[in-house]
Ligand binder design. Structure first.
Ligand SMILES: *[C@@H]1O[C@H](CO)[C@@H](O)[C@H](O)[C@H]1NC(C)=O
Ligand SMILES: *[C@@H]1O[C@H](CO)[C@@H](O)[C@H](O)[C@H]1NC(C)=O
Ligand SMILES: *[C@@H]1O[C@H](CO)[C@@H](O)[C@H](O)[C@H]1NC(C)=O
Ligand SMILES: *[C@@H]1O[C@H](CO)[C@@H](O)[C@H](O)[C@H]1NC(C)=O
Ligand SMILES: *[C@@H]1O[C@H](CO)[C@@H](O)[C@H](O)[C@H]1NC(C)=O
Ligand SMILES: *[C@@H]1O[C@H](CO)[C@@H](O)[C@H](O)[C@H]1NC(C)=O
Length: 480
């Protein structure tokens, strides 16, 4: 295999799928003026979760901070809004505006006032479950704020970060696996501690967190940025349109998140139903070229979509005189470009490399980092491919890696098996990167085909003992 060609090809492919340009005609939709159905005794609760850390993931914490501002101006109280965010962005060395986070080009600061409930080491899957369940004794760190909700209450949960088939990430410790999350939601339902719940989730393959898993009878309505087998998209990225201010070498938001947040920001939410918001978000998130689209999905009790957004987010009195959805919010033809969430790190490294002055130290550094990232991806691709060949033979390997189960069927039948295979692989071959986590689907397929602990250990040892060229001297030329 000629590795220099492969590296160049990977880069080209990766970058070509980052750039999407779409022109859309959005029609004004009619918002009905249904009266809000919330009862006077109902309290609105919210949990907001940014699952990443690092400046290159600026956008997830920006989404979450902005969501907090929406809820706050909607009338929710801080005691009812629980925030999980690593909190390494506002005062990050690379942040051109220390202490300020923005969620769109030239947007207002969204960091101001955001509660510091679960930060740094306290942003964990375990704490997230404990907060949902209102179980203070299960917490390990954090402010101690939990969902102390009653049977009349409405709960809104928003999660933004990287996902992979069957799980979404947290900055420390274990990923949130779909099966565990669903178990927690079932337990919450059994404890009669809410009336209805709305879950908005932004992540790659986020549909796989609920598809075939979230029962209709829990009074939970979930929407996800993507179906079970596709990426979600970052927005407001350098070099794209709309572009962040020059000093920002990072994306400022995510497409699905920004779509609901900017919609909620402008409307009288007493007059907008969840259904109407879904349609707005769906349209904005589904870009015209099919291969670059993500499909906003809905799961659980779809009957709840008739409720007003107001029941969950309140409404900002400044929007009281809002009458109807106007096209002015979305210009008739928007030229928009978005970046594939999973490739965003690669894109940002490439952008830095491209921007740096010829011959500068910065350029050399940027190139090294880019090369490292490309090699790491290639190594993960090769490891998984070898593993699949060892277990299923050359002809069936790609089927095992790529097979997607039909809609309505969960990713894997035995979730403990999936966790086990991931654990064994990571122990022997190294941790899966954000990129490599896409191969959790391959591992799920292996479980569904009966691969056991012994098969996996043995094959991983063989597959990952191979040595690969770490970089190519001809890469320099290919990057121009
Ligand atoms: C509100 O709570 C009070 C006292 O618990 C109860 O009597 C009343 O029926 C509740 N109202 C509604 C609309 O549920
Ligand atoms: C709360 O968590 C603790 C520790 O994990 C557990 O022992 C306890 O049973 C939980 N309480 C409830 C009500 O689930
Ligand atoms: C994590 O939680 C512990 C216990 O509440 C607290 O002392 C610590 O400051 C928290 N860490 C951060 C970074 O907030
Ligand atoms: C809404 O309209 C009413 C009546 O015209 C006016 O008194 C009020 O100030 C307006 N509210 C906002 C937030 O613009
Ligand atoms: C490939 O999979 C099919 C269907 O499961 C099986 O019949 C066949 O024997 C496999 N081929 C190899 C080379 O393992
Ligand atoms: C896994 O190991 C078992 C024996 O423990 C063997 O029967 C089976 O064929 C192996 N499966 C694969 C896919 O290698």
């Amino acid at each position: 295999m000629n590795s220099s060609i492969t590296l160049g090809t990977i880069l080209l492919l990766s970058l070509s799928c980052l750039v999407v340009e779409s022109r859309r005609q959005l029609h004004a939709s009619k918002f009905s003026s249904e009266p809000p159905k919330s009862n006077a005794n109902a309290t609105r609760w919210a949990i907001l979760v940014a699952g990443s850390s690092g400046y290159e993931n600026y956008r997830h914490q920006a989404d979450v901070c902005h969501a907090y501002q929406i809820l706050k101006s909607g009338g929710l109280k801080d005691e009812n809004i629980i925030v999980f965010m690593y909190d390494d962005i506002a005062f990050n060395d690379q942040n051109p505006r220390p202490g300020v986070i923005i969620n769109k080009p030239f947007g207002n600061d969204v960091y101001d006032g955001v509660p510091k409930d679960y930060n740094r080491e306290n942003v964990t899957a375990n704490n997230f479950y404990a907060v949902i369940l209102g179980n203070k004794t299960a917490l390990t760190g954090g402010s101690g704020k939990v969902l102390n909700s009653g049977p009349d209450d409405h709960i809104f949960i928003f999660y933004a970060d990287h996902g992979s088939p069957g799980s979404v990430a947290m900055p420390g410790g274990d990923d949130i696996y779909a099966k565990d999350l669903i178990e927690v939601l079932k337990k919450k339902h059994e404890s009669n501690a809410y009336k209805t719940m709305v879950f908005y989730m932004e992540a790659c393959e986020s549909g796989s967190m609920f598809d075939g898993l979230l029962p209709e009878n829990l009074n939970i309505y979930a929407t996800t940025a993507a179906n079970p087998s596709e990426s979600s998209w970052a927005l407001y990225c350098p070099g794209h349109y709309p572009t962040p201010p020059d000093q920002y070498d990072t994306c400022l938001g995510d497409l699905f998140s920004v779509s609901w947040i900017e919609d909620s920001e402008k409307h009288d939410l007493q007059k907008e139903t969840l259904e109407e918001q879904y349609r707005v978000v769906l349209r904005r998130t589904l870009v015209d070229y099919l291969e670059f689209s993500s499909h906003v999905m809905r799961y659980g009790n779809l009957g709840l979509s008739k409720e007003s957004v107001f029941s969950y987010m309140g409404t900002n009195p400044d929007n009281d005189n809002f009458t109807s959805f106007t096209e002015e919010l979305y210009p008739a033809a928007i030229k928009m470009r978005a970046a594939n969430q999973r490739d965003a790190p690669l894109y940002l490294l490439w952008h830095k490399f491209n921007k740096a002055d010829e011959g500068s130290n910065e350029k050399v550094e940027a190139q090294k980092k880019l090369q490292t990232e490309i090699s790491r991806r290639q190594k993960e691709d090769d490891n998984i491919h070898s593993l699949a060949v060892l277990l299923f033979g050359e002809t069936n390997a790609s089927r095992i890696i790529e097979y997607v189960r039909p809609t309505g069927q969960p990713l894997v039948d035995d979730w403990d098996c999936l966790k086990m295979l991931v654990r064994i692989y990571e122990k022997i071959c190294g941790m899966l990167s954000i990129y490599g986590k896409k191969y959790k689907r391959a591992m799920a397929n292996m479980c569904n085909e009966g691969v056991n602990e012994m098969n996996m250990s043995e094959a991983s040892r063989k597959a990952c003992s191979k040595k690969y060229p770490s970089s190519s001297s001809s890469l320099q030329n290919e990057l121009h």
